[in-house]
Design a binder for this molecule. Structure first.
Ligand code: SF4
Length: 380
């Protein structure tokens, strides 16, 4: 996760470079339930509106939560499927909050309504992320349900009216890139707090739609627009949070942009980005799926590190006998191809390993989703 707005802020109001902090435990994205009321084209969980057998009981969820707490996991991102369809979502969320976790909800937004908004507000979620894949019909087509854009927007507005920090998550593909500018305008006009640009990844339904992945030039144009918009928002005092995910080459592309726009700050920005350190799958990010399997992130559902029903998460996470988790945690990672010779490994950390695995059958091959030119991976 690349916190673009944070670095733009550093360009406009630089703060002294502080020593890097190493988190004790990862952020955990927890797919509590696979059931969903939608069947989105790019869904990594391939969810459906049915009950999936073998999901964790409430007791099991609480046991896992206790272990995560003792292990000092700082953040729980409750996801699905659609987490609001979980019969105990409010009890789980309440307990998580009372234990001191930062608790976020990752929702499609369509089930947030006037009947449940008070209960949602009472929980005190630190953040609710709602996915939008475009404006109006584009979104409905992706979500394969008419009216879902309207319902998601109503959910976002309700959150805003009830003082809940809400944001838009937009997964970029070739089919919705034309809506990107309009999405940014929507975020501005609707006074939405946060914007998350997610690059398409090759997991779940996203894997089958690989041919729809945004072309590199289009990705570059989108990133240019995002940098310029982020700069403008910050200069205008809008202070929105902008993050990008699933393509850590974004940080390197940003550094090249800084070099052109703020050349006097490029060197210190390079240091800041190196401190951040790029891709964190299997290191500072973890995933527990609806059946209790642990994965390095949400796009590794085909790769099981262990199950929290049999072994505590804290044990599974620290067990380096698994070659994938050992490689992900290695520094530097055992990268191959252009990633192995890239000048910016220390910033990007080899990007998204699942894409290499899906395309080359080798998780250490170069990331086929890197949109940087040979010159851009050589040097400034
Ligand atoms: S070549 Fe690899 S390490 Fe370098 S920026 Fe691209 S994805 Fe990252």
């Amino acid at each position: 996760m690349f916190r673009l707005s944070h670095y733009i802020r550093e360009l406009l109001q630089p703060t002294p470079l502080k020593p890097a902090r190493k988190p004790k435990a990862p952020v955990v994205i927890w797919n509590l339930i696979r059931r969903c009321n939608l069947t989105c084209k790019h869904c990594y969980t391939t969810s459906a509106d049915i009950d999936f057998p073998g999901e964790l009981s409430l007791d099991e969820i609480y046991q896992v939560m206790d272990d995560l707490h003792d292990f000092q996991v700082p953040v729980l991102i409750l996801s699905g499927g659609e987490p609001l369809l979980h019969p105990h979502i409010f009890a789980i969320s309440k307990r998580a909050k009372s234990m001191g976790f930062y608790v976020a909800l990752s929702s499609n937004g369509t089930l947030i309504n006037t009947q449940n908004i008070e209960r949602i507000a009472e929980i005190g979620y630190q953040y609710i992320g709602i996915s939008l894949d475009g404006i109006g019909a584009t979104h409905d087509q992706f979500r394969q349900k008419e009216g879902s854009f309207k319902a998601a927007m109503a959910g976002i507005r309700l959150c805003r009216e009830h003082g809940i920090k809400a944001g838009v998550r937009f997964t970029l593909t070739q089919d919705n890139a034309d809506d990107f500018q309009a999405i940014l305008q929507l975020v501005e006009q609707e006074q939405i707090d946060k914007f998350y640009l997610s690059h398409l990844n090759y997991g779940g339904r996203g894997n089958r739609n690989r041919k729809d992945d945004a072309f590199f030039n289009m990705t570059r144009e989108v990133m240019d627009l995002l940098f310029e918009t982020g700069l403008r928002w910050e200069q205008q005092g809008l202070h929105k949070e902008i993050v990008t995910g699933n393509n850590d080459a974004d940080a390197v592309y940003f550094l090249h942009w800084v070099h052109r726009k703020f050349p006097q700050q490029a060197q210190v920005m390079q240091q800041r980005l190196q401190q951040w350190g790029g891709n964190a799958s299997g290191v500072n990010v973890a995933n527990i799926d609806n059946l209790g399997h642990v994965h390095p992130d949400t796009f590794w559902w085909h790769y099981d590190l262990g199950n929290v029903k049999q072994r505590p998460f804290s044990e599974i996470w620290q067990d380096l006998s698994d070659p994938l988790i050992a490689g992900l945690k290695a520094s530097p990672r055992p990268l191959k191809g252009r990633c192995s010779t890239c000048a910016w490994q220390a910033i990007c950390n080899g990007n998204t390993r699942v894409r290499a695995e899906q395309v080359y059958g080798d998780p250490w091959q170069e990331d086929p989703g890197c949109y940087l030119t040979e010159a851009e991976i050589s040097d400034l």
